[in-house]
Structures are given as structure tokens and as C-alpha cells.
Design a protein around this ligand. Structure first.
Ligand SMILES: Nc1ncnc2c1ncn2[C@@H]1O[C@H](COP(=O)(O)OP(=O)(O)OP(=O)(O)O)[C@@H](O)[C@H]1O
Ligand SMILES: [Mg+2]
Length: 444
């Protein structure tokens, strides 16, 4: 039932009706007479309700004759008690396999549905190494490149960050920087919307760097993160995370991810320590007490280790969500507005933590704070209505799009010469800046 419905209420309503329907063949058409309509009875026993009805009917018939079901009569007749029980066992296996298969292939509100032939995909059965070996044969070159860790994709550059006629995307020239996450032509349109929340997003994220997604409310930052983490399936496009495609190998891709969602997803009844233990265990680690205290200290929660998450303030919950994102040393960390609701001091200590953690990993962070992006991000990507507007270092973006600064020089009224203002103008020009000199008279 859970496979077909995303709403628990609807499933609870339909569940009993479905159960009743599976009993109908037994109740309406077929009797428990063990010699009647054998093929039809066997066919209908595919429904567990009907098989159970037959088993119960045969049992009650024997009870009625004061014999009861025993070793000698359980197998007598063309449709015996044993036949019904055999079908029940078969049905149990059949429906378990069916539920598992449908759970994988049917699209649901959350998660990414696998293709119907996923059972025949080597990546489903094989390990990471096998998948990586298969990459060579794949057409998706961008995935290969991230597996091999090569920085030789200049020839493929036109596929990324779109064609850059207007110089809005700063090229990365440092050959030591290796992109490990490739977002390619990513589109996300929610079912009832008539617009794309993420619109043909092309972006490379580099190791040892913090990339910041900056944008207005509704720009598509959280949608991008939701698609990258597999919470929602992309409408089209793909992303490679350390060599694993989120469409084809989401489980592998997720192994290297740590996520801090925009809205805290915490268990009210668990303490900070239990959260850290739980999420570390999910990632396959058996953390020591010392490790967990260190993580809590990193985010400034060491004094709240034994406090239940329900009693934490908004800012503290954010800190816990960030700590959870870093559980298990993920290679690709996605932080959706991690500092929202934090006081300035906590925000600054989180910046320090992120700077420390960016080594050997890719950090993608969203924020509304320009100054946060400026201080923290190695590269800033600006989104507007789902589309990427520009990407580059803050210096690049300021040079390219900055409107400049206004410097007001106040002089004593006794000074009649313009000399002080002229010397300031010289200083700015010598520092590669443009200077427009406006007198107070002109400004009025
Ligand atoms: N589950 C959803 N169903 C339908 N539309 C959605 C859903 N989630 C987001 N949207 C729409 O997609 C667009 C992008 O939303 P998104 O949450 O990604 O923006 P955002 O940049 O994270 O904004 P904010 O800064 O406010 O968090 C918005 O127009 C929003 O209404
Ligand atoms: Mg958001």
C-alpha cells in the first residue's frame, strides 16, 4: 500500500477495501468443497485473502465433524488445506517481491524512481569499481571525467555554465582545482507548476572549494539541493557526484553526501548526542564518545549534548543540522541556508568550521547574505528564477557587475584648493579603479 500512496490517510482508507476485494472470489463464487472448480480456486488463491478464506473454511469444515485438520486429512482432495497454506506462502513471497520491485520503479513524491529494467543493470548489483569501469563505455563524458579526476575538460566546456558570450562565467584557470561534482542541464519542474524551478542549470563544483548559491526567495536554490540529494527526481538533466550519476547510481552518490536541509529534520525526543550517534551509525560508522563531543564542540553545542532537540532554540537546531551534515566525513556537503537564525558569533564560528572542512571535499552552500557569500565562498553562483545568472569569485563578480562605490571627501571650508580630492582620485586610479570626480555643486 505504501508503494501506491504517498498519503497515509488515503492508504488507511483504501487498505481495508483492497483486502475485502481479495476475499471476494471466495465469498461470492467459490465454495470450500474440495472437489469443485479446482483450476478457478487455484487461480483465485493468488489473492491472499481468498487463499486464507479457503484455509479457514476447510479448517472449520473439519472442526464441524469433530476431526480437526490433522496430518492425514490436511492433504486430501484436489484443493486441500495444504494447498491453501502453500498458496499463502507463495503469495507472501510474491507480494514481498512485487512490493520491493514497485517501490523501486514507481515514481513517488520523494525519491528517484529506478528504470523498470533496473534489475538488469550491472550498477544495481555490482560495486562501485564495476560501475567506474563501465564509465569508459558510457556516452556521458562528464561522469567519466569526474571518476578519473582529470582536469582536461576544456574541450567540453561549452556544455557547462552555458555559452558565455557576455563573460558572465569566470573561467577556472587553476589546474590544481579539480571539479568533482558536475551539474549538467538540470531541470526541475514540480507537477502542478507551469514553470521550471530549476532551469537548465550547468555548474561545476570544485574540490577544496566552497561554492555558494546566491539568489532571491524562490530562485530555485533549495530545489537544486533537493534534486542533487535525490529528494526529488530531476525533470531532465543529470548530476555526477564523485563519479556517480544521481539518476542512475543515486545510492552510490548518496554515500559521499552530507546534507543540511533548509528546514531542520530532527527527532524531538532524541538528544543532540543521540542524533549524532544515530546519523553516524546510518553512515556506517561506530563513533567514539570523543569524536561526538568534538563534532558538537565544532558547532558550539558541547553544553547541549544531553538536551533533547525539541528543547533547542532555532539557531541551535541549525547547528545540530550542520553537525549532522558533517557526520561520517562526507565528500560532498550541501548546506541549505545553514546560518539562518544564528547569532553573529555563531555564524562566524561556523564560517571558520566550513573553511576548515572544505579540504578534500566539495561544499555547496546557499545563503541570502551577500557578506557571507563574499567572505566564505571561493566561487559564487547567482540564480534567478531557476536560471544561473553568473558564476565566479566575488572579486570577478564585483568587477563585472559592480556599480562602484561612492566616496565622499569632506574638506574644511577654509581649504579652497581641490588638491586633497585630486590626490584621492590619483590613489584610486593607481589601484586600477575608475574615478568620476563630482563636486558638491554638481551633486546638488
Ligand atoms: N514542492 C514543491 N511543489 C511545487 N512548487 C515548489 C515546491 N518547492 C518549491 N516550489 C517552487 O519552486 C520555486 C523555487 O523554490 P525554492 O524553494 O527552490 O526556492 P529558494 O531559492 O530555495 O527560495 P528561499 O530562498 O525562499 O528558500 C518557487 O517558485 C517555489 O514556489
Ligand atoms: Mg530555499
Amino acid at each position: 500500500m505504501a508503494t501506491f500512496f504517498s498519503s497515509a490517510k488515503l492508504a488507511a482508507f483504501v487498505g481495508p477495501i483492497a483486502l475485502y476485494v481479495t476475499i471476494l472470489p471466495h465469498m461470492l463464487f467459490l465454495t470450500t468443497n474440495k472437489f469443485e472448480a479446482i483450476p478457478a480456486k487455484k487461480f483465485c488463491s493468488i489473492f491472499p485473502g481468498t487463499a486464507f478464506g479457503f484455509a479457514a473454511g476447510i479448517m472449520s469444515d473439519y472442526e464441524y465433524t469433530l476431526t480437526g485438520v490433522n496430518g492425514t486429512n490436511a492433504g486430501s482432495g484436489d484443493y486441500s488445506f495444504n494447498t491453501a497454506v502453500g498458496f499463502l506462502v507463495l503469495d507472501t513471497i510474491l507480494y514481498m517481491v512485487l512490493a520491493w520491485y514497485l517501490d523501486n520503479v514507481l515514481p513517488s513524491q520523494y525519491g528517484v524512481a529506478k528504470p523498470f529494467y533496473f534489475l538488469f543493470q550491472p550498477s544495481y548489483w555490482g560495486g562501485k569499481a564495476f560501475t567506474a569501469r563501465n564509465m569508459k563505455r558510457r556516452s556521458s563524458k562528464f561522469i567519466r571525467q569526474s571518476v578519473l579526476g582529470q582536469n582536461d575538460f576544456e574541450e567540453d566546456d561549452e556544455s557547462f555554465e552555458e555559452i558565455d558570450d557576455e563573460g558572465k562565467y569566470e573561467p577556472v584557470t587553476d589546474r590544481n582545482l579539480i571539479p568533482k561534482v558536475f551539474i549538467k542541464n538540470l531541470v526541475k519542474r514540480y507537477p502542478k507548476n507551469d514553470f521550471n524551478s530549476v532551469d537548465r542549470l550547468n555548474l561545476k563544483l570544485y574540490e577544496n572549494q566552497i561554492t555558494c548559491l546566491l539568489g532571491h526567495n524562490g530562485a530555485g536554490k533549495s530545489s537544486t539541493i533537493s534534486v542533487l540529494t535525490g529528494l526529488y527526481a530531476p525533470t531532465s538533466g543529470d548530476c555526477s557526484v564523485y563519479g556517480s550519476s544521481i539518476s542512475e547510481e543515486l545510492d552510490f552518490a548518496r554515500e559521499s553526501m552530507g546534507i543540511c536541509p533548509q528546514h531542520d529534520v530532527l527527532f524531538q525526543e532524541l538528544t543532540v548526542l543521540e542524533h549524532l550517534q544515530f546519523f553516524k551509525a546510518i553512515k556506517g560508522f561506530d563513533p567514539s564518545m570523543e569524536e561526538m563531543v568534538n563534532i558538537a564542540r565544532d558547532v558550539g553545542l558541547e553544553s547541549k549534548l544531553n538536551a533533547m532537540s525539541g528543547t533547542l532554540t532555532g539557531g541551535m537546531k541549525r547547528k545540530l543540522s550542520v553537525a549532522i551534515a558533517f557526520c561520517g566525513n562526507p565528500k560532498f556537503v550541501l548546506l541549505d541556508e545553514p546560518t539562518s537564525g544564528m547569532d553573529p558569533l555563531s555564524r562566524r564560528s561556523l564560517w571558520d568550521l566550513l573553511r576548515k572542512k572544505k579540504k578534500d571535499s566539495v561544499i555547496l552552500l546557499t545563503t541570502h547574505y551577500m557578506e557571507e557569500a563574499e567572505i566564505l565562498a571561493d566561487r559564487i553562483a547567482v540564480m534567478k528564477y531557476g536560471q544561473l545568472q553568473c558564476v565566479g569569485t566575488s572579486l570577478f563578480l564585483k568587477r563585472r557587475f559592480g556599480m562602484g562605490y561612492k566616496l565622499r571627501v569632506l574638506m574644511d571650508s577654509t581649504i579652497t584648493s581641490n588638491q586633497p580630492a585630486t590626490s584621492v582620485s590619483h590613489d584610486i586610479e593607481n589601484n586600477d579603479g575608475n574615478f568620476n570626480y563630482v563636486t558638491s555643486h554638481q551633486e546638488d
